[in-house]
Design a protein around this ligand. Structure first.
Ligand code: SF4
Length: 347
């Protein structure tokens, strides 16, 4: 009897990786999923925080996909190692700060290490030639395979017939004839395949896999790097860039202003790490002050805080300032006028 082969599928939570895994599972291969947590994932906590995302399911899509497929999912924290990929990508960035090609190479390399350690035979991805301008082109497919070290252990079931046969195909672990030849940006073939498999609910692909493809998010990350004169970051830094309105009146400090209740509650969790403010005489948002503000800067920050509360038209607003150790004081300020806040302050 032939040995049952084992494959690990990179599961992003989107439709393509789901279909790729399903295609191979249907050929009798034992498939498990792997998902890499970089800190930049779109779903999860922002959907849980923002009002505008209320209709979106509060779920981790990769876990959800694994559950739909009935496979085990391994979530691997790569936050530290990923910094090298993001800070200095060999193949550069895409339209924003997304180092997609280096990211793919990194993830497939991690999957290669994983299959070696866990006795699996090959790797599956949901890549499709021509789907993404940076990382999924015909010319980049061999680069990912080679530079990740996966070589022909990397099978892309959705476009395999447009690529040279990999080891799993040549060895008959999977039947190449039952793989696919999808190319291009159209989502129709994937949607048709989903219908065929009876998959009706899946994460919409728009928006990419992570915040790094987002223009506004990338601008905030560039601002952070410029302000600290280094490209290093901690997980909390990149999480906070997803939340609130960011205003930088001076290079050495910025304000993070909660835009709604959910964000306010989220920012409360950081009051032990940052100076925080909110208006005590009028209703207003919680504001964190990131950086090293002087007493004069705090006065300016308080007048901005007052502007975002219901006292914006008042002559004087009381603003309570809380230090990281919980000590509190109140100052009275005049809310800053909108015209006194130049556009460059808004990140
Ligand atoms: S969108 Fe983000 S997670 Fe996806 S390949 Fe690009 S950098 Fe990596």
């Amino acid at each position: 009897m032939n040995k049952q082969r084992k494959a690990v599928a990179l599961i992003s939570g989107g439709l393509d990786s789901m279909l790729a895994a399903k295609t191979v599972m249907d050929q009798g291969v034992h498939v498990e999923g792997i998902n890499f947590f970089t800190g930049f994932c779109v779903e999860g906590h922002t959907h849980a925080i923002r009002d505008k995302d209320r209709a979106k399911p509060k779920r981790n899509n990769s876990l959800w996909v694994a559950e739909q497929l009935g496979i085990k999912l391994h979530i691997v924290d790569v936050i530290e190692e990923y910094k090298k990929v993001l800070i200095n990508p060999k193949h550069g960035y895409g339209a924003h700060l997304n180092p997609c090609l280096d990211c793919k190479i990194f993830m497939v390399n991690k999957a290669k290490q994983w299959i070696t350690e866990n006795g699996f035979d090959f790797i599956i991805t949901g890549e499709v030639i021509g789907q993404r301008p940076m990382s999924q082109r015909k010319s980049t497919m061999p680069i990912v395979a080679k530079e990740s070290g996966a070589d022909d252990l990397l099978l892309r079931p959705l476009c395999a017939k447009n690529l040279p046969a990999t080891l799993p195909e040549r060895e008959g672990w999977v039947d190449r004839e039952k793989l696919h030849e999808i190319t291009g940006r159209s989502r129709k073939p994937q949607m048709a395949m989903a219908t065929q498999f009876g998959i009706t609910d899946y994460a919409q692909p728009a928006g990419g896999c992570c915040f790094l493809t987002d223009k506004n998010y990338s601008a905030k990350l560039v601002d952070l790097w410029q302000a600290q004169s280094s490209k290093d970051y901690e997980l909390d830094d990149v999480m906070l860039l997803k939340v609130g309105r960011h205003i930088r009146p001076k290079k050495h400090f910025k304000l993070i202003v909660a835009r709604e209740e959910g964000e306010g509650r989220f920012l409360q969790g950081y009051q032990k790490d940052f100076i925080s403010m909110n208006s005590s005489s009028h209703l207003g948002p919680l504001v964190l002050i990131d950086g090293s503000p002087s007493a004069e800067d705090l006065y300016l920050a308080a007048s901005i805080t007052a502007r975002y509360g219901q006292g914006r038209e008042a002559d004087q607003v009381e603003v309570s300032i809380m230090d990281q150790d919980g000590s509190e004081r109140t100052i009275r300020v005049k809310p800053i006028a909108a015209e006194a806040m130049p556009q460059e302050w808004f990140i």
